[in-house]
Write a protein that binds this ligand. Structure first.
Ligand code: ADP
Ligand code: MG
Length: 393
């Protein structure tokens, strides 16, 4: 990674302002899945151990620029405190005088969590006055919120204009895994793209087509490609407005000599329901009254075979409606093939990550991204504003 990190700063006696992603589910004041909190601990621990005092900030949910009692960060401070075995103070102030008093009274090794950044209307507007208030709280800014790095907000991008800004360990790990893999893949390099809609991921497909040896497509988005090739799709989800785009992608793949694999068979159902009547049909046999809800057995074998011979694999998007067990087989087959392979495997995207965790295979892959939207934008080849703002090495 070509950005400075917390290892490049001498922390003794300094105050660190750390943007983390503590956007976790909270029910009645109790934190649910705390993966994101745990993911930030290595950075916080490093800073504390190196003599810094630490001011943390994060957004939580969508309070729409006003104080929402259920979206206060106090329960997160308490949770972090018990995870780390140190005291973590919370303040009800996002920034301003009250936050400054709390930050300035911190002694080395102590941690303060500011209030939900999105309570302040200036946050999402990336307002300069708020960025300056944040900057007044510390000596150095650390961005460890990979999941928010695609947003140019005051706490991710604005503040970095007023303080020296470096990456935390989670940010570094995510950038190495995603951007680093895209830049220097060991070949064969393949990607598997799925999910509901082609329109959500056209930028990803277009960028990856220029980089990979093979692109495997599944999920609902494959239907539009198949339609573009002239296959009838029955009652399947299709995006008529994206047919031309799909054709263009097929041509681009041919021009670049990139292998583009589409399903050759499918699991079709008579309704969109867990207990629907299902059939396995070749892709030429999808008739009206039936809809594709998963890839079929021949496709599973072909995709698993491609994964087995790859040295690098990036996966985004499930192969079918995996939320219903009857249509999870294709997604499971891909997850299993990844788990069995020696390839460097990187998974990004909210639903694909949920699928591999649900299947108990998460610890068998090289990297699982914590940032859905941010990881998609990296795969599109975009520069994330929260990353661009960090100091170059
Ligand atoms: P990710 O979050 O991993 O990027 P997406 O959000 O793009 O993935 O897509 C996930 C959704 O796509 C899931 O809810 C899944 O049910 C849906 N999906 C997958 N295949 C189909 C299909 N054949 N028809 C309709 N929906 C599908
Ligand atoms: Mg999703």
């Amino acid at each position: 990674m070509n950005k400075q990190t917390i290892r490049d700063v001498s922390w003794q006696g300094k105050r660190a302002l750390v943007r983390v992603d503590f956007n976790v589910p909270i029910q009645k004041g109790v934190v649910g899945d705390d993966t994101r909190i745990r993911a930030a601990i290595p950075t916080i621990k490093y800073l504390v151990d190196h003599g810094a005092s630490v001011v943390l900030m994060s957004h939580l949910g969508r309070p729409k620029n006003t104080v929402v009692e259920d979206l206060r960060l106090k329960p997160v401070a308490d949770h972090l405190s018990s995870l780390m075995g140190i005291s973590v103070q919370a303040t009800p102030a996002v920034a301003g005088a009250e936050a400054r008093v709390a930050a300035m009274s911190l002694t080395p090794g102590h941690v303060l969590l500011l209030e939900n950044t999105r309570f302040d209307a200036r946050e999402e507007a990336n307002d300069e006055s708020l960025a300056r208030e944040y900057a007044a709280l510390a000596d150095v800014f650390v961005n460890d919120a990979f999941g928010a790095a695609h947003r140019a907000h005051a706490s991710t991008e604005g503040v970095a204009r007023y303080l020296p800004a470096v990456a935390g360990f989670l940010m570094e790990r995510e950038l190495d895994a995603l951007a680093g893999t895209l830049e220097h893949p060991e070949r064969p390099f393949i990607t598997i793209i799925g999910g509901a809609k082609i329109s959500d991921k056209i930028g990803v497909i277009e960028n990856l087509l220029t980089k990979v040896d093979a692109l495997l497509i599944g999920g609902g988005m494959a239907n539009t490609f198949l339609l573009a090739q002239g296959h009838a799709m029955g009652d399947s989800l299709v995006e008529v407005s994206s047919i031309e785009l799909a054709k263009r992608m097929i041509e681009l793949a041919a021009q670049r000599g990139t292998k583009l694999l589409l399903p050759t068979d499918a699991v079709v159902a008579d309704t969109f329901a867990p207990d629907a009547t299902t059939r396995i049909v070749p892709i030429t046999g999808v008739t009206s009254g039936w809809r594709i809800l998963d890839i079929g057995p021949d496709t599973r074998i072909a995709y698993a075979h491609e994964i087995a011979r790859a040295k690098t694999v990036i996966w985004n998007g499930p192969m079918g409606v995996f939320e219903m067990p009857a249509f999870a087989t294709g997604t499971r087959a891909v997850a299993q093939a990844l788990a069995d392979s020696q390839a460097k495997s990187v998974i990004g995207g909210g639903d694909s990550v949920a699928a591999i965790e649900q299947m108990g295979l998460a610890d068998k892959v090289s990297h699982i991204s914590t940032g859905g939207g941010a990881s998609l934008e990296l795969l599109e080849g975009r520069v994330l504003p929260g990353v661009a703002a960090l100091r170059d090495r």
